[in-house]
Each structure stands twice: as structure tokens, then as C-alpha cells.
Ligand binder design. Structure first.
Ligand code: ADP
Length: 404
């Protein structure tokens, strides 16, 4: 029983073949710069690189190459296409139509298409991947797992912006939230780690990677999250500014004569850690230079951690208490200094970091708070592919398997 997980980005495909029973990844890979002269594919079987290949004109060609490698007579992970039981697709935006993952049919595709205006960079490649997979594996069920679905439980008071209501009605401008698959995965692992039902927990999950977001989870449901109408809002990120007074955007556009495209580029690609430090979007570089006394790098690090701390305070209030504060993704899982800066000063509401545990290096889920800390501080490595596979299996088991 194998699940093929596909994540199509604006010019890339990430994929994993996950064996459901053994719960392991039998093959995985990454295709980059699809459609460009220097496109490439790197494919791993059982952790070893077996192939690097050039020139992939489009998503269908990319997927054809993935399937050829998976089915390769000598080094393939499976014997024939029947070895793939189901395909799970990451889809970024499901608008207000999808609370859960769904089996893909023509109607679902039509609805995903209708949300292209909400995610112009993401939904088109997601759809291209679905189209290619459906044409190459016509008999295999396909499931869409949405980044936005987990946050569809947000109450109106948390998702509505205080703009004239007609623009919510006309354009569905509201907070959607992203990284939902990751936040859901982390919350489930927290319950397992603490050996408590998710229904009894108040959790704050910090997904700190290139993109950063923070979510308040009550009884397993997302009740507030920092990313908004787009993934630009909320925390400071590698190149994204996060929260900003909308009037500053208008001011800049007027003063600098920026077009909307230029302004979009400034907010999404030139801001955040990179914008403040002037050095890098990579937190490791910023921390390195901050450590050497570079003032702008120090400032970038301070603005980054201060914003997270502020959200933790706000979300604790929204949750009415806190059982677990969780760090995940590239920065959250690896950067002890940043975790320390965020937690410092939060002792007054029960967050006591254990310095030694925080410094210890590990790839496993772990507690980094003191034994007596009322709030458990945890590091839980995220695994969006595993969550997509879990969701994909749940949907197929509920629909296709029950019918046959
Ligand atoms: P993405 O959001 O693209 O999946 P990641 O979750 O890989 O990104 O996170 C990327 C960020 O994580 C970068 O800022 C990088 O500096 C940071 N990071 C990755 N590994 C480490 C590490 N070992 N120590 C500190 N920071 C790290």
C-alpha cells in the first residue's frame, strides 16, 4: 500500500512515495526549474541518490519522469503502477469551500480553479500537478489536501478584517491562514507526545521556516492564526514583512511611485530578515552576524523574536490558558538561541525553558521546558508529507475503499 505525495510549487515538484504499513519513505525526490533550460531532477531510493536528470519542459513531463524512476526495472521502488494506491496532492488554497481533504473529481478541480485569484502563484501549479497525475494514472484515486483547510474552523471574529463588509461578500477578503497541514500535524504529535487527548489541550504552534506562522489551537481546532488573506501577514519571515500598517504601503507607493507589482515584490521578497539586516534571508546568517556585533543583524533578530513573543501573549489570552508551546520547521527545530530569546520573560505565565535541554541537539520530538514548567515547551519536527499521506489515506479509506 503506497501513497504518492506530490507538492507542486511554482516551478518545482517535491514528491515522496510513502509505504503506509511500514510508515517509511521508499523513494523521494525534487524537480526544480521546470520549463527552464537548466531544470533538474534528483531522485532518492531508500535515502540514496539514484538519478539526476536534466530538462523537464512541464509538469506532465516531470511526473512522467518521476513515474519512470519509481518503476525502473533495476532501481525502482515499485514493480508496476498498481504499486501506487493513491496520490495525495498538496493544494494551497481551498477558499471557504474545503474544511477537509477531498477526493478529486471534476467538480473539485473547478472549485480549486475558482480560487486561483486568491493564490495566483500556487493554485495553478497545484492544478497542473493534478492534471498530469490524473492523465498518467487514470485509475488511481487522487486526493487534495489543502493548506487552508485546518484554519477553516476560525470563528468570524478572528477571520474578518474590519473593512466594509461588502468586500468580504464581494471578494471573500478575510483571514484564511496557511501552513495548515503543518500546524495540524504538530498538534496531533503534541497530543501523542504528552499522552493526552487533543480535545483537552490548549496549544500554540510556531512554524518557523522560510515562511513563519503561529497558530492557537483549542481542543484540536485552529481558532486563530497569524497568516491572513495571503501568507504575507503575521510574523517576520525570511523575506516577508509580516504585520504592517496598510497606510505605510500607500505612503511608500506614493513617495516612490511604485507599481503594485513593485510593492508586492518589496513586501514579499525584499523585507523580513533580509530587509532589516541587509545581509540575508537565512536566519543562520543573520544570527551569525548578530553574534559578531552587526547592529542591523541584531535588530533583525530582535524584531523577529519580539513579534513571535507578542503573538504568544495574544494567543494565550485568546486560548484562555496554555498547555504547550511548540517550535517547529527549520528555525524552530534547530535554533536554540532564537527559542531562548522568544521564551525569555514568559516565566510569568508559566513558560520555564530548561537551558540544557534547549541546547541539546536532536532530530526527535522533545520537551525543552523544566520538569515543573506549567506550560510544556516542545520541539516537534514537522512533516507535511506524512500528514498529507495520512489525510490522503483517511479520505480514500472513507470513500473509495468503502465503496469497493
Ligand atoms: P521552508 O519554509 O522553505 O520549508 P525550512 O523549514 O527549511 O524552510 O526553514 C528554513 C530556515 O531554517 C532558514 O532560515 C534556515 O536558516 C533555518 N535553519 C535550517 N537549518 C538550521 C539549523 N541547523 N540551525 C539554525 N537554523 C536553521
Amino acid at each position: 500500500m503506497n501513497i504518492l505525495v506530490i507538492n507542486c510549487g511554482s516551478s518545482s515538484i517535491k514528491y515522496q512515495l510513502i509505504n503506509r504499513k511500514k510508515r517509511n519513505v521508499s523513494a523521494k525526490g525534487l524537480l526544480e526549474k521546470i520549463g527552464k533550460a537548466n531544470s533538474s531532477q534528483i531522485h532518492y531510493v531508500k535515502g540514496k541518490v539514484v538519478k539526476k536528470q536534466d530538462k523537464l519542459a512541464n509538469y506532465e513531463e516531470g511526473l512522467r519522469s518521476i513515474l519512470a524512476l519509481l518503476l525502473d526495472g533495476k532501481k525502482g521502488a515499485i514493480k508496476d503502477a498498481s504499486g501506487i494506491s493513491v496520490v495525495g496532492h498538496r493544494v494551497v488554497h481551498g477558499g471557504e469551500d474545503f474544511f477537509h481533504s477531498v477526493l478529486i473529481d471534476d467538480e473539485v478541480i473547478k472549485t480549486i480553479k475558482s480560487h486561483i485569484s486568491l493564490a495566483p502563484l500556487h493554485n495553478p501549479p497545484n492544478l497542473a500537478g493534478i492534471k498530469a497525475a490524473r492523465s498518467l494514472l487514470p485509475d488511481v484515486p487522487q486526493v487534495a489536501v489543502f493548506d487552508t483547510a485546518f484554519h477553516q474552523t476560525l470563528p468570524e471574529k478572528a477571520f474578518l478584517y474590519a473593512l466594509p463588509y461588502e468586500y468580504y461578500e464581494k471578494y471573500r477578503i478575510r483571514r484564511y491562514g496557511f501552513h495548515g497541514t503543518s500546524h495540524r500535524y504538530i498538534a496531533k504529535r503534541v497530543a501523542k507526545f504528552l499522552k493526552k487527548p487533543l480535545k483537552e489541550l490548549k496549544i500554540i504552534t510556531c512554524h518557523l521556516g522560510n515562511g513563519c506562522s503561529i497558530t492557537a489551537i483549542n481542543e484540536g481546532r485552529s481558532i486563530d492564526t497569524s497568516m491572513g488573506f495571503t501568507p504575507l501577514e503575521g510574523l517576520v519571515m525570511g523575506t516577508r514583512c509580516g504585520d504592517i500598517d496598510a497606510a505605510a504601503v500607500l505612503f511608500l507607493m506614493e513617495k516612490e511611485n511604485f507599481t503594485t507589482a513593485q510593492m508586492d515584490n518589496l513586501l514579499n521578497k525584499q523585507s523580513g530578515l533580509l530587509g532589516i539586516s541587509g545581509i540575508s534571508n537565512d536566519s543562520r546568517e543573520v544570527e551569525k552576524w548578530a553574534g559578531k556585533g552587526n547592529q542591523r543583524a541584531k535588530l533583525a533578530s530582535e524584531v523577529f523574536t519580539y513579534r513571535i513573543k507578542k503573538y504568544i501573549g495574544a494567543y494565550s489570552a485568546v486560548l484562555g490558558g496554555l498547555d504547550a508551546l511548540v517550535f517547529s520547521a527549520g528555525i524552530g527545530e534547530n535554533d536554540a538561541d532564537i527559542r531562548n530569546k522568544i521564551c525569555q520573560g514568559l516565566e510569568f505565565f508559566g513558560v520555564y525553558l530548561d537551558r540544557k535541554k534547549n541546547r541539546a541537539r536532536s532530530k526527535a520530538s522533545r520537551s525543552i521546558s523544566t520538569e515543573k514548567s506549567p506550560v510544556k515547551v516542545l520541539v516537534i519536527p514537522t512533516n507535511e508529507e506524512e500528514m498529507i499521506a495520512e489525510e490522503t489515506w483517511r479520505v480514500v479509506d472513507k470513500t473509495v475503499n468503502r465503496e469497493s
